[in-house]
Design a protein. Structure first.
Length: 273
């Protein structure tokens, strides 16, 4: 049995098929971990959703910002963006089944010392606290009032964590940290617009994983979301968004020995950052 974790797929179905073949992934005995953003911008989002859903318990995925956007559009509380490629999902005969499955997925997955999220963890969050907070958003997404949560999900404020936060403001900060975070201040104030290389981070901000004395630093955090960061592997950080969508590669790592597997982009789109 092996555990393979794969970076942002974003509808790159052909590359995902090639990567699974290259890793010799066997769903009868292996596990496929996915860091979120299964869909959008690439041309095969519907096929990716169907494939991952069909894998059942052999696939473990956390939700990314593009996955949440799909749910919001599907619920009628958000509009499609010009660069979205979600129409095929929204018009599919199994649309409702796929969207229901998607909103049952996790925001955070923990197994042993490994923690998988889409974007990051706020520096003051321990793994235990983050897991509890993730369950709050997961419950909102899975509940009967999930549309109300999606209506209030968007927004950049509050931009930092406070234990006293309640209601949709609390859920919004949690969601933003897990699915949008790249850089923050040492106090955990998030900046959402920045998407570029580390050398161009705005003054006063650092990558979330470089904040001194980060409460989750004893775990290995696996994430994607930041394609300009690219592949970054340290003892306690595994960043796997290598920009397949933008002409880079789709990357997987076998966690048992940290062996990397990559396939080149087959049909890149124009970068938007």
């Amino acid at each position: 049995m092996a555990n393979f974790v794969v970076g942002d797929i974003q509808g790159c179905f052909t590359e995902l098929q090639l990567l699974l073949k290259k890793t010799e992934f066997d769903p009868t005995k292996d596990k496929l971990w996915i860091v979120g953003d299964l869909v959008n911008r690439g041309s095969g989002s519907l096929e990716v959703l169907r494939l991952v859903k069909a894998l059942g318990d052999s696939a473990i995925t956390v939700l990314g910002n593009h996955d949440l956007h799909l749910l919001a559009v599907g619920a009628g509380v958000a509009q499609l963006h010009r660069s979205d490629t979600l129409d095929e999902i929204l018009s599919a005969p199994d649309r409702d089944e796929l969207l229901t499955w998607l909103r049952q997925q996790r925001l955070m997955y923990v197994e042993g010392d490994n923690v998988m999220v889409h974007a990051g963890l706020l520096p003051q969050w321990s793994v235990r606290q983050a897991a509890k907070l993730a369950r709050e958003v997961e419950a909102a997404l899975r509940g009967d009032d999930y549309v109300k949560f999606l209506e209030h999900m968007y927004g950049n404020t509050p931009n930092s964590w406070d234990d006293e936060l309640t209601g949709y403001k609390r859920l919004r900060v949690i969601t933003n940290a897990f699915t949008r975070l790249r850089v923050c201040t040492s106090e955990g104030e998030m900046e959402y617009k920045f998407k570029g290389e580390v050398e161009k981070i705005p003054a006063g901000f650092v990558p979330w994983f470089d904040v001194p004395k980060r409460a989750s630093q004893d775990a290995t955090v696996i994430f994607g979301h930041w394609s300009a960061l690219g592949l970054k592997v340290t003892p306690n950080i595994i960043a796997l968004d290598t920009g397949c969508l933008w002409g880079g590669t789709l990357t997987a790592m076998r966690l048992e020995d940290r062996q990397l597997f990559q396939v080149a982009s087959q049909n890149p789109v124009v970068q938007d950052w």
